[in-house]
Design a protein around this ligand. Structure first.
Ligand code: Y6M
Length: 117
């Protein structure tokens, strides 16, 4: 059909960029605070302060089951992980600094991947 001719869906390699980026984030030395959901019962105040918890294992599950309708929804969940971190942690704390470093990596690496598209 005409839609096919217009090339509506991104080329295969571009559609793999989220999986490439997520794999590198999961392996990053500063990812340790973000790998699994925060145990809200053991962290006073977390449930009240952070209304939309998010972590890399939850994102991995959504990527693996094709739950993201588009790349923007994937990037939005990644941003939520780091926004939650900035909200709950002082910038000068161990976890706060890890979050700022991981966000810097994410932004630089995503821009690099887009240059390949
Ligand atoms: O001191 C603590 C203890 C637990 C956590 C944090 C800091 N920050 C994380 O964002 C959430 C979990």
């Amino acid at each position: 059909s005409l839609l096919v001719l217009c090339g509506r869906s991104p080329p295969l390699r571009v559609s793999l960029f989220p999986r490439v980026l997520l794999g590198e984030l999961e392996a990053h030395q500063d990812a340790w605070p973000f790998l699994l959901p925060v145990d809200q019962r053991s962290v006073p105040g977390y449930r009240k302060v952070i209304r939309r918890p998010m972590d890399l294992s939850t994102i991995r599950g959504r990527v693996s089951s094709n739950q993201y309708p588009d790349t923007e929804a994937f990037l939005s969940d990644l941003a939520l992980v780091l926004d939650n971190c900035e909200r709950f942690n002082e910038d000068r704390s161990e976890i706060g600094r890890a979050g700022l470093r991981l966000r810097s990596f994410l932004e630089r690496r995503w821009a690099q991947l887009l240059q390949q598209s």
